[in-house]
Structures are given as structure tokens and as C-alpha cells.
Ligand binder design. Structure first.
Ligand SMILES: [Zn+2]
Length: 350
């Protein structure tokens, strides 16, 4: 394996910071996550963490903020993150990270803590798995009208439908979905127990887990109005800071796409005290790390070969692809160019 790290550098470019993102850790798929691509099994998660601690040097957000150019980083620095606040972070990740000495950032949506409600993605996933895609299409028609094109699968809800609607339209859709499906969302959320409790967030914040912002209700940021940005970004940050007693310094873009990283959002995040922004397009962070656009690799691999491919090989190839694309476009920005890595539905979801 050490030889491989030398060989893969032939691909270039040099890697400034490796960053990985996990979501839910579960041995089985539930109707709330099946088809979203967010699950990793406990055994694969442990294999991944052992791979990371054997071949890399775990770093924390503070290390990155203190040395944004990465000149003083240890060999093969890696930053571990978790998105969406699944309860499994407390059950599986926190104990193992503690034992192996791995600090992490956990990016949360405050609206769903204590299982006060279901994240839109989990509600849609549940509806697709239990009621079928036709129920979702019926709710889509309430928002888009009778002539709206039919969605064929769950992935299209996240990749096509959600990015095309405003926050108020999403609420109409979710209300219609609950009504058409006979779903009592609050009761279902309580029964499912998918997410962390507020008490657990406090416990994580008191350990080596830093709390990060992931919007209040997990939204596609491209559809936010200026008022929405205040509600989704500032409210979430304020609640998480109040809860944890610590400053929220980082923001992870829901669904992970650079297409959602609008200029006005970046300006707002910088003005409001955030110090780093994270994406999930699984592209290598090359030399001259930009802390306002740190990319993360989403991996579900449980073998050394799979993890090496996901973390070392494919992100470099995507970085080369993006660089060639930008050259071909004569300096045009590469974001939202259709070549973006297709993350798991969750992040692309994320
Ligand atoms: Zn997310």
C-alpha cells in the first residue's frame, strides 16, 4: 500500500487536504434511507477509519483554519466529517473516533434534532419506498401543475425536482405528500428516531466533534431568497451555538454541489462569521487549498482497495477532468458544468 501512494502521485496534481464525508452508519437499510446512498455499515465504517488512521494523519478544523495554505500540514492530512445528524453518529462514530483519536466535524440541521420532524429527503424516501413514486408525482403536480413531467425514481426528486423549486413551493409539496400519503410526519419522526438529540449534540460538542452548519431544514441553497438565507443559515447557526455553547465556524452545503455555492451565499457566510465552506463533489483539494470551497470525498468502501480508489485515485482524476474542462471553456468557471461528480443521492445529498 505505501508504494501505491507514491505511484498515484503520477496522476497529479498534489493533494493539499483529503477530506471525507459520512452520513448514516447502519447495518440495514430502512425505508427512510433506502435508495439515498447515505448508509455505510458499521464494519465498513470501522474499516474506513482504521484505513484512515493507518495511512493518514487526522486533522481538525482548527488545524485547517490556522494553516489555510496547508504548508505546515503533517503527511497526508485527512479531515473527517459527518452530515445530516443521524443518531448513528453517537452510536457508532463517536466511540470509534474517540478510541482511534480522530477529530471530526458534524454538520447539523437544527430543525430535526430531538426528532422533532423528518428531513425532507427522509420523508420523500419513506414515501417512495412505502407508497411508491406515484404518490410523489401526485404531490409534484400540486406544485407544478397537471402537465409536470413524471419523475421516474427517487434520485430525480433530489437531482431535478428539489433544485427547481423555491422554499415555499417545497413546503407545499411536502404538505401535499404527507396529506396524500396519510403521513403524520411528527409522529413518524418520533417513531423513527433517525436523528441526534440535543443532549447528544452537547455531548459531541464537548468531545473532539466540532458542530457545523448545514442549513436549518436541509435546502438546496440555489433556491434561497435573501430572506431565506437568513432563516436557513443564521437561525441554524444561532440555535447550534446556543445549544453547544461553542462558535459554529463551518458550513457544509446541503447536497454538496458547487452549483449551490452562489456568490451571495458565500458573502453571507463570510460576513456572518463562518470560516470554511465544504462541498461533496469528491474532487481532490489540490495545492493552494481554498477554505471557502473545500471538497470532500463520499465513500462507502470497506476494503483498502476500495478506499484507496475512492480517496486517492478518483478525486485526482476528477480534478484533472475539471482542469481540462476549464481550459476548454477558455476560463469559464467549471461549476455547474454538468461534469460534477454524482454524489450519493443523499449529498448530492449530503
Ligand atoms: Zn446533508
Amino acid at each position: 500500500m505505501p508504494c501505491r501512494f507514491g505511484i498515484v502521485r503520477i496522476l497529479g496534481p498534489s493533494y493539499a487536504l483529503r477530506c471525507v464525508v459520512f452520513h448514516n452508519i447502519s447495518a440495514t437499510e430502512s425505508p427512510f434511507t433506502k435508495g439515498m446512498g447515505v448508509n455505510v455499515t458499521p464494519s465498513d465504517f470501522e474499516a474506513a477509519l482504521r484505513f484512515l488512521t493507518r495511512y493518514y494523519t487526522p486533522v481538525c478544523l482548527q488545524d485547517v483554519l490556522e494553516d489555510p495554505a496547508g504548508r505546515g500540514f503533517p503527511p497526508r492530512p485527512i479531515l473527517v466529517t459527518f452530515d445530516d445528524g443521524y443518531a448513528s453518529i453517537m452510536e457508532w462514530a463517536a466511540p470509534l473516533c474517540g478510541r482511534l483519536g480522530v477529530p471530526a466535524i458534524v454538520f447539523l440541521n437544527a430543525a430535526f434534532l430531538d426528532n422533532a420532524g423528518l428531513a425532507p429527503d427522509n420523508l420523500v424516501c419513506y414515501a417512495a419506498n412505502v407508497l411508491g413514486i406515484e404518490t410523489i408525482n401526485a404531490a409534484v403536480r400540486v406544485v407544478k401543475g397537471a402537465d409536470s413531467p413524471k419523475l421516474q425514481c427517487l434520485a430525480e426528486v433530489f437531482s431535478r425536482f428539489f433544485p427547481s423549486i423555491s422554499l415555499p413551493e417545497r413546503k407545499v409539496f411536502l404538505d401535499a405528500l404527507a396529506h396524500l400519503g396519510g403521513i403524520n410526519e411528527r409522529q413518524l419522526a418520533r417513531e423513527a428516531g433517525l436523528y441526534l438529540t440535543r443532549k447528544e449534540v452537547c455531548q459531541l460538542a464537548a468531545s473532539d466533534f466540532e458542530i457545523g452548519n448545514h442549513t436549518y431544514t436541509h435546502v438546496h441553497c440555489r433556491s434561497l431568497s435573501p430572506e431565506d438565507i437568513g432563516e436557513e443559515v443564521d437561525r441554524n447557526r444561532a440555535e447550534l451555538e446556543s445549544l453547544s455553547g461553542k462558535k459554529v465556524r463551518s458550513f457544509s452545503v446541503p447536497y454538496g454541489s458547487s452549483a449551490d455555492l452562489r456568490t451571495d451565499l458565500v458573502s453571507h457566510l463570510r460576513r456572518s462569521g463562518h470560516e470554511a465552506i465544504f462541498l461533496s463533489e469528491s474532487v481532490a483539494n489540490t495545492r493552494g487549498l481554498d477554505r471557502w470551497q473545500v471538497d470532500r470525498v463520499s465513500t462507502h468502501a470497506g476494503s483498502n482497495d476500495g478506499l484507496f480508489l475512492d480517496i486517492e485515485v478518483l478525486p485526482r482524476l476528477r480534478a484533472i477532468r475539471d482542469r481540462l474542462f476549464r481550459s476548454a471553456q477558455s476560463g469559464a468557471k467549471g461549476h455547474g458544468n454538468g461534469l460534477a461528480h454524482e454524489c450519493p443521492v443523499g449529498e448530492q445529498r449530503n
